[in-house]
Design a protein around this ligand. Structure first.
Ligand SMILES: [Zn+2]
Length: 314
C-alpha cells in the first residue's frame, strides 16, 4: 500500500461551522484520479465565484491564526490544517474537496471526525507510485524565541515542544513516529485551544466567531479548563500543536521522509521551515516510494506533477 497513491472509496459529506466565520459550511470529499493531489473546489459564499485551490505550498495565502490557501482578498479557504493532517496521516493522496464557504468546518476542533469518516469509507489504491520528499540535510529556521527544523530520518517523525507562560500548559513535548495508527490514537483527538482573555480581542477583529466549548478547549483567567468534560489527554495542547504541524507540512504536496522538530512553533513557523526546505534543492530529493526509495530527479517530478498543480496555481 505504501508505494502507491490512494484516493477515498466514496464521497464523504461534512456539515459544520467555520471556527473563524461562525457561518455554516457544507463540505464534500470526492474520490479523484492519481496525481490530482488534494484540491479545494471553493464556492465563495459572497460572490458565488468558484475556484480550484491546490493544497500545496504555493497556495498559502496567510498563516496568522490558521492556515489559509488562496487569495484572502478574493477566493480562499481557511483553517485547512486539521483536514490536511487527517488526509496526510491516513495516506490519502488524491481528493477533491468541494466546499461552499471560505473555511473548512471546525467539527470538534480536532481531526477526529475526519479520521473516523475516512476510515469507515476506506481507500482505493491507484495505479501510480507515490512520491516522497526525503530530507538530506538539516534545515533550520529561527524566529525570535521559536525555532523549527528538519533533520534526516529514516521514516516520518515529529518532535514538538511548546512552552507557554501559563501554569496549566507550561512546557510539554511530543515525540513520535507518524503512522496512520499513531495519528489516530495519539494525535487526531487533540483539540484546538484558546484563552478566555483573548476572546474579546479576537471577536473584535472578526476572528473566532464560531469558537465555542464544542470545538475548542478554553482556558479561563484562573488557569483552569472551562470545558466541563476537561481534557482528552493530559498534554492535549502539545498533541494539537503536533497535529497542526502534520497538517501544515502536508502542503509540501507529498509525504516527507524526515524528522520535523519545533520549539514554540505555530502555523507561520511551520510554513517558513517548509519554505526553507523546498528552497534548497540540495536539502531534499524525491523518492518514488518508501519501500524501494528509488531516486528520481527534480525535473522528473516537476514533469509528473505539472498537470496536477497547474490548475491550482494563482
Ligand atoms: Zn489547530
Amino acid at each position: 500500500m505504501l508505494g502507491y497513491q490512494t484516493t477515498i472509496k466514496d464521497k464523504i459529506e461534512f456539515k459544520g461551522i467555520g471556527v473563524h466565520s461562525g457561518l455554516p459550511v457544507c463540505m464534500t470529499l470526492l474520490p479523484s484520479e492519481a496525481n490530482t493531489g488534494i484540491v479545494f473546489n471553493v464556492t465563495c459564499p459572497k460572490t458565488g465565484n468558484v475556484e480550484d485551490i491546490g493544497a500545496n505550498f504555493n497556495s498559502i495565502g496567510a498563516t496568522d491564526l490558521c492556515t489559509v490557501l488562496g487569495n484572502p482578498e478574493k477566493v480562499y479557504i481557511a483553517t485547512v490544517e486539521h483536514l490536511m493532517a487527517a488526509l496526510r496521516a491516513l495516506n490519502v493522496d488524491n481528493v477533491i474537496v468541494e466546499v461552499d464557504a471560505n473555511e473548512v468546518p471546525v467539527m470538534d476542533g480536532s481531526s477526529r471526525v475526519f479520521v473516523e469518516a475516512v476510515k469507515s469509507t476506506g481507500l482505493t489504491m491507484l495505479a501510480a507510485a507515490r512520491c516522497y520528499i526525503r530530507v538530506n540535510k538539516p534545515i533550520r529556521v529561527d524566529m525570535g524565541a521559536s525555532w523549527g527544523e528538519f533533520i534526516p530520518f529514516n521514516g516520518t517523525r515529529y518532535e514538538v515542544e511548546i512552552d507557554f507562560d501559563c501554569e496549566l500548559i507550561g512546557r510539554q513535548s511530543y515525540k513520535g513516529d507518524l503512522t496512520a495508527e499513531s495519528f489516530d490514537k495519539d494525535l487526531s483527538g487533540a483539540r484546538t485551544f484558546g484563552f478566555m482573555k483573548d476572546v474579546e480581542r479576537l471577536w473584535a477583529a472578526g476572528f473566532a466567531l464560531g469558537s465555542s466549548l464544542e470545538n475548542s478547549i478554553v482556558i479561563g483567567d484562573d488557569n483552569n479548563v472551562i470545558n466541563p468534560e476537561g481534557l482528552r489527554f493530559k498534554d492535549e495542547f502539545v498533541r494539537h500543536k503536533t497535529l497542526d504541524a502534520v497538517g501544515d507540512l502536508a502542503l509540501a504536496g507529498a509525504p516527507i521522509l524526515g524528522c520535523y522538530r519545533s520549539y514554540r512553533g505555530g502555523h507561520k513557523l511551520n510554513s517558513l521551515v517548509l519554505e526553507a526546505l523546498l528552497a534548497d534543492n540540495r536539502a531534499y530529493d524525491f523518492v518514488e516510494s518508501n519501500v524501494s526509495q528509488t531516486r528520481v530527479s527534480h525535473n522528473d517530478l516537476v514533469a509528473v506533477s505539472a498537470p496536477a498543480f497547474a490548475a491550482s496555481l494563482i
